[in-house]
Design a protein around this ligand. Sequence first.
Ligand SMILES: NC(=O)c1ccc[n+]([C@@H]2O[C@H](COP(=O)([O-])OP(=O)(O)OC[C@H]3O[C@@H](n4cnc5c(N)ncnc54)[C@H](O)[C@@H]3O)[C@@H](O)[C@H]2O)c1
Length: 462
Amino acid sequence: VVGRDVGALGKHLVLIGFMGAGKTTVGRDVAHRIERPFIDLDQVIEDAHGSIPELFEQGEGQFRALERSLAEDVLRTREPSVIALGGGAVESTETRDLLRRSAFTVHIRIGVDTAWERARDSGRPLARDEREFRRLYQVRQAVYTATADAAADDAPDTVRSSLGIRVGPRGVLSAGALVADERVLDLHPLDLGCPVLRVPPGEPAKHGEVVRRLWNGLELGRDERLLAYGGGTTTDVAGFVAATYLRGVRWTALPTTLVGQVDAAIGGKTGIDLELGKNLVGVFHYPEAVVCDPSFLATLPPEERRAGMAEVVKTGLLAGEPFWELEDEAMVRECAAYKAAVCLSDPFEETGRRAVLNLGHTFAHALEAAAGFQLRHGDAVALGLRAALRLSGQSTDVVDEVLAPEAVDVDLDAAWEAMRRDKKNRGGRIRLVLLAEPGRPVFPAELPEAEVRAALSELLRS
Ligand SMILES: NC(=O)c1ccc[n+]([C@@H]2O[C@H](COP(=O)([O-])OP(=O)(O)OC[C@H]3O[C@@H](n4cnc5c(N)ncnc54)[C@H](O)[C@@H]3O)[C@@H](O)[C@H]2O)c1
């Protein structure tokens, strides 16, 4: 199915790169973030056959044959894992073929000078002679570049690239059709030399009539790609159209809002609204690439920026890092890496891990419903975070200082009823995401109803 094979979804995530690049350290870190087993091929070799320098002494050819056969065993294991391959393992054409078929391969980059500094005293067989080391570096770079699906510098970068996420100048893009928010198109004209289909700004884009118009307007072949250009509403509707047109075509997201870059364009959820409520129709359809260019954020109106900051604060609280203090590009990078890691660990919302992304959202959705969806989502999330922090026994300073949400004028009973209908609830009990401390989300947390209702009522204007 198109979209199920994006990036490292359902496949091994294999790290390749020159000696000293840090494949083992990065690999272990990435495996922890995306909750997959970590396999270090050099360790597998040493556990089974003894020290690599000693094996090397017996002849490089023999060592490479052993490495090839163990790489094959490891790559054939079924459970998608994070695998660090030795620097020379990709010299084998068999291994490269297997990587192409069964893995998403990331080249962990390192400069030759740093590599030499790290490797020179390591006792590695190929790091004894500097000239030879530098020559080998040049030869191997070409192999790594030709073999890898992506390149990365560290663990967060590896996680992002495993879902096709790139943060920085948008560079050259191509598509068979462009689905764009008409306001964004006026502010930031984009000509890709392909047909352009406009959607209205904001929530009206996520409407069945818009979907029908897009289906009818598209003239895409199955191998062509749709590009969604706008905020979360545009990527939600365009992704949904990409998922359903011709039973699924590939798509790229070019999110232009902070909400889009740190949240909505990541994680494969696409959908539209019904009269009964938001996001009631939708499917998972991961974009093949997500290009987050922070320069778009310069034209965001303050209220849209505030909406994005609510998600930034949420992500920072979940990660235990003050992402909200960073400048835009770094902030987007960190938040995107966090969400991508959670989604890679539970791509289709099957294990419950993704539920942590709902920190503050149970309250927010209830307030939005009670306000007849006239309340801005970001403002509702800000209030929801305050309630979640309070119930977690944590300071609410960050919410008060960074987001400063104002109490809302909605009916407590209506909000409470909406909270009781939350889709995370089981057996009539409200299940919340709380924080044991920043960086340690707890789900499901069940508290006495009176306590939850009191926290909800504190968000309302009395
Ligand atoms: N799929 C998901 O996982 C997910 C996650 C979170 C939110 N969402 C959805 O995302 C939507 C909210 O996204 P949003 O906050 O990006 O809203 P949005 O797409 O409506 O954009 C907000 C406003 O900003 C304007 N805009 C966009 N880019 C701009 C720019 N660079 N400069 C100036 N104005 C710009 C738009 O025209 C619009 O008026 C909701 O529908 C929500 O349900 C989806």
